[in-house]
Design a protein around this ligand. Sequence first.
Ligand code: F6P
Length: 574
Amino acid sequence: MNLRSDDGIVDAAAGAAPGYNAVMAEVSSKKNTASLTRTPAWRALAAHQRTWQERRLRDLFAADPQRFERFSFEACGLLLDYSKNLIVPETLELLLALAQERGLQDQIRDLLAGKRVNTTEKRAAWHTALRAGQAAPREVRNTLAAMRKLATALRDGKITGGDGRTITDVVSLGIGGSALGPALAAEACAPEANSPRVHFVTAPGEKLERTLVRLNAESTLFIIQSKSFSTQETLLSAQAAKAWLLSSTGAGNGGAHFAAVTAKTEAALAFGVPAERIFPVWDWVGGRYSLWSAVGLPAMIAMGADAFDELLAGAADMDAHFAAAPPEKNMAVLLALIGLWHANFFAMGSRAVIPYVPGLAKLPGYLQQLEMESLGKRVSSRGKTLKQHTGVALWGNTGPECQHSFFQLLHQGTQAIPVDFIACCAPRDQGSRDADAIQPVMLANCFAQSALLMSGVSATETEQSLLQKGNSARESARLAPHQALPGNRPSNTLLLSALNPRSLGALLALYEHRTFVQSTIWGINAFDQWGVEHGKRLAGSLLPEFTAAAPATTHDASTDGLVNYVKTKTFKPF
Ligand code: F6P
């Protein structure tokens, strides 16, 4: 596949559409296509899992004082401690053998070379090209330069609205992959951005109204972020923004208050966005992988173009590590394989991501889309129903919040849920008395949780401690089962030196590659999302039912019944 021309990128869809078989041949000629659960490595892992009935993590730590050194390493400024997982060296050998059997290295090469790894949509998933610096395609570099120009001018107060007033507020209108990444990056890297202030509105209605009520139309710029320029929620917000601008005194030329990031230039022009304010997204950039493209424009405005370059550079560092590090020292590969081990062989059907970093509050939501849209698949790339589970449910929150809510279930619930803990060695605003005082509390709590999940507290230990506190033998025996913790619950800890654009870029690219590795082992396409597309389409076809005079009759009885109930009870035709 050739995505480049002398002038930059050639739209893959512009050429003759390749047949499905040709696409499959392009990306899978070297990979093992045998059913995953019948491969020798899978069977060996299943046998190895049975040896885990009696193994306890706390005993493994006691027996091997080097376990941390053995199962931790640093790459791209991140330290990964994976010692608290249900692994011994043999486990990793078998998992790495599985990766080899599935042709992982070849598939990583295909991904990074821009081959059409998205086989159902016959596209590349070449987000790594967006952060390749001078090696990026010309079109990418040109777009970054145009983004820099606008972001810098906005930050310098040189962009004015229709009546000549300086733009002080930027409102990003987008949803899903067209919002989650830039909102996360802006909050993580520019929490106090006020020149201009950057707001993110994902859903039309109340949130938009609450944002607009604080703004002046004359000094507000809207960025419509929609690759397809057809997402209902985003278009409704954009239309509401346009109406607000036009009805506000002095808003003047509405076009001066809009920019757009989209693959559908014509639609953005028709909406009234000036051509020079339309930034392209290419079909080989998936929504959930698009932070690095012009979709990152609001984040660039919030943090500054140099900081955005650092974000890209951090991601590029991780790409280089992913491409070159041997599998046994490759962070994304290890995280993916260990995650798969817990999911497939221990039936752990969800996992939590817990950052003890206030600036990463939006990370779990971002990763939910990245992983669950990518890995929520039940057939292989070849369309065969899979025999093993694939993506698990991902959830989480910042440590200080969730430690006092759902951690009880992590410690003593009936199911083990693997956790990724994320923390920073130093606070963002190092030198500030508050931040320096808070940081050790963050780290102590973070490390305590993972230690406890790993070791647990046995009933005997609990009983002894109750006795020592002066409880009677009978009372101690009664309370011990309630206070004991099972332990043996796996977790990773990822330590960043500090939260900054570079470390954030590396962290997000790490999770992207973790996702890709799992999709490769499972043999699924990580880059389509047909379930979501069906949902969007059905919502579109239901919409007219609410205003139709006749009752809904063409859907299932429940859906028709719900629509008709709303119409008769509360709905006012618009
Ligand atoms: O929700 C599904 C989805 O297609 C995501 O993959 C995408 O990020 C989001 O919708 C927004 O799409 P668009 O950028 O086309 O508005």
